[in-house]
Design a protein around this ligand. Structure first.
Ligand code: NDP
Length: 335
């Protein structure tokens, strides 16, 4: 089986690629440039994995019309398509152009390419987000129980308000696009969607630049930085899942018949910055850590919906990694 992974250089995607290769799959990853493709190939080979089973296709910008056409035309052996590429950062000046369009157009381009050129593709898994499940920030629905059927009611107007809302909207609108596409064009392939909460955990391969982590790991990275600089980190609360579990779930999502047509909410449990600091104090005795400003503590009950993902857990059938291990493994790789 050959699996296509879009955005293969991403934090989550690198773990998917790694686990697929470990499981004996062949992998075609889309990357933005040859340099990024070669880099990833060398990391794979350095990790002792079968680099011969990995190849890359260059997709410079997923938002460009027909972005995935060539990649699929030249890899007709692909039978599984995992779509993970999507912008995840808040450093944007134009929410529509830099977040909404690449997320939505990127998804449409992937689905159209599969329809036109992916005649052998039987299974598609799209990485959506918990952001598509419920509201956040000013649009939060605190205390509401949400499950695999829930949808964030965010509108385009609300999404355009600021980069964070923009990211949340981008994931919601992109996932709506997926289900609309499936309903409209009744494709020959089966779809599953995964909706992870904040993803923590170590990088799959060696980290070259430890100063700049992917967006979700900045929750942990920000604490280390504040400890060193004797400053205050931004304090967060919400739910977390370990990146290794996300990758595992993405693979089960296409392997298991029970996952067909499902949305899978990937959440191990709640976290707060305070709890993460406590874990680090206990497990890394010499690490300089910040003393948190009590007045800036976020209130979980006033900002978070309540997750009921029993259905997901039953379909996946494995136990999620806990906060302590996830945080410890993240930090061990950085210090
Ligand atoms: P990363 O930023 O590490 O990965 C994103 C990947 O998408 C990168 O490979 C990036 O390429 C690629 N990409 C982004 N925009 C474009 C574009 N316009 N054209 C081509 N490639 C593009 O993030 P994560 O691994 O954390 O996220 C992966 C997926 O998981 C995303 O869909 C994200 O929304 C979703 N997700 C992540 C969560 C988290 O907490 N991390 C939680 C829930 C969902 P490059 O780096 O070269 O720009």
């Amino acid at each position: 089986t050959t699996v296509f992974v879009s955005g293969a250089t991403g934090f989550i995607a690198q773990h998917i690629v790694k686990q697929l290769l470990e499981d004996g799959y062949k992998v075609v990853g889309s990357v933005r440039s040859q340099a990024k493709g070669e880099d990833l190939k060398s990391l794979i080979s350095k990790a002792g994995l079968k680099a011969d089973n990995f190849s890359y296709a260059i997709v410079e910008d997923i938002a460009a019309k027909g972005a995935f056409d060539e990649a699929l035309k030249s890899n007709p052996e692909v039978t599984v398509f995992l779509h993970t590429a999507s912008p995840f950062h808040f450093d944007v000046s134009d929410v529509k152009k830099q977040l909404l369009d690449p997320a939505v157009e990127g998804t449409t381009n992937a689905l159209n390419a599969i329809k036109e050129y992916g005649k052998n593709i039987k299974r598609v898994v799209v990485t959506s987000s918990y952001a598509a499940i419920t509201g956040f920030g000013q649009l939060a629905i605190p205390g509401k129980t949400v499950n695999e059927e829930s949808w964030n009611p965010i509108t385009e107007k609300q999404a355009l308000a600021d980069p964070q809302s923009g990211y949340i909207g981008s994931k919601t609108f992109a996932e709506r696009e997926v289900w609309n596409f499936v309903e409209k064009s009744k494709p020959q392939w089966d779809i599953s969607v995964v909706n992870p909460v904040w993803v923590f955990g170590p990088a799959a391969f060696e980290v070259k630049d430890k100063s700049k982590l992917n967006t979700s790991n900045e929750v942990v990275g920000g604490i280390l930085k504040a400890g060193k600089d004797k400053s205050q980190p931004q304090q967060y609360t919400g739910y977390f899942i370990d990146v290794r579990d996300v990758a595992k779930a993405e693979i089960i999502a296409f392997e298991k018949q029970d996952a067909v047509g499902q949305r899978l909410i990937l959440s191990s449990g709640p976290f707060t910055t305070e709890k993460v600091v406590e874990i680090l104090k206990k497990d890394f005795k010499d690490l300089p850590l910040p003393t948190l400003d009590e007045s800036k503590k976020p209130d979980f009950d006033k900002s978070e919906s309540i997750i009921d993902n029993e259905k997901t857990k039953k379909i996946l059938g494995f136990k999620f990694i806990g906060l302590e291990k996830s945080v410890d493994d993240t930090v061990s790789q950085l210090v």
